[in-house]
Design a protein around this ligand. Structure first.
Ligand code: ADP
Ligand code: ADP
Length: 225
């Protein structure tokens, strides 16, 4: 089974009003385990809407979302939330780290919430920080880290609970171009190493070209790039 399969998704806002916006008009996409898909879309095309639906944070007006072969649109909200917590990791353009906690703690906390022991959570957090090259920064709070380091911590946090699907919305979009390149490389290495299925939205066609497959969201549908 593909890790993620969305089919014929439609989603609109302002239903019935004169300014109704039909953002998704029949979106179909399938992502296999270990496959990294680049999602390219002009601003306002519906990229965030699609990622939120694929990540079970939002529901489509019609169409289906399957995770590892199970149709999520048939589940109760509670079950969908449980699957999301177990299966999906999110990365945003802005890291949303908790400012009063250290880098390490930001990666440990979601694991504790998931029932992992403190010892195991600390060990996994350290291993993840090491993989993205900032093991020495674990005891720093986000404000003491550079933008690139903060995003690396956010990558580690997204992978802390060993999701099978990673959804990233412009994960290096707030960094200067040179830093963005290096941090993006660290993310791709991490994703490749864990064998995750991933959908990574980016405006940067060079970064997109480094992924396995490229799709463009345009006029409410996906087309190969
Ligand atoms: P992108 O991430 O590609 O910039 P979004 O998915 O955020 O696009 O938004 C796509 C379109 O849907 C935009 O026109 C946006 O204004 C509209 N939109 C997004 N969310 C809402 C909402 N909650 N209510 C009304 N319109 C929305
Ligand atoms: P949990 O349900 O696992 O306690 P949350 O629901 O707070 O956690 O969030 C899970 C993930 O989804 C986090 O990465 C969080 O930032 C993101 N998230 C939650 N709600 C929204 C939302 N409305 N829009 C965008 N991202 C969200």
């Amino acid at each position: 089974n593909p890790t993620l399969a969305v089919s014929d998704l439609t989603k609109g806002y302002n239903h019935g009003l004169p300014n109704e916006v039909n953002v998704l008009q029949g979106v179909t996409l399938s992502v296999e385990p270990g496959e990294v898909v680049a999602l390219v879309a002009p601003s306002g095309a519906g990229k965030s809407t699609l990622l939120h639906i694929a990540g079970l944070l939002d529901t489509p007006d019609s169409g289906h979302v399957s995770i590892a072969g199970t149709d999520m649109t048939q589940l109760s909200d509670r079950k969908r939330t449980a699957v999301r917590r177990e299966t999906v990791g999110f990365i945003y353009q802005f890291h949303h780290l908790l400012p009063e906690f250290t880098a390490l703690e930001n990666i440990v906390l979601p694991q504790l919430a998931n029932g992992v022991s403190d010892k195991d959570a600390q060990a996994r957090a350290m291993a993840l920080l090491d993989k993205v090259g900032i093991a020495a920064r674990g005891s720093h709070r986000p404000a003491a880290l550079s933008g690139g380091e903060q995003q690396r911590v956010a990558f580690c946090r997204a992978l802390a609970n060993e999701p099978s699907l990673l959804l990233a919305d412009e994960p290096t979009g707030n960094l200067d171009p040179e830093t963005s390149d290096r941090v993006f490389e660290a993310l791709l290495d991490l994703v490749r190493e864990t064998g995750l299925a991933a959908v990574i939205a980016t405006h940067n066609l060079e970064l997109a070209a480094r992924m396995d497959r490229q799709v463009r969201l345009s006029a409410g549908v996906l087309e190969p790039l």
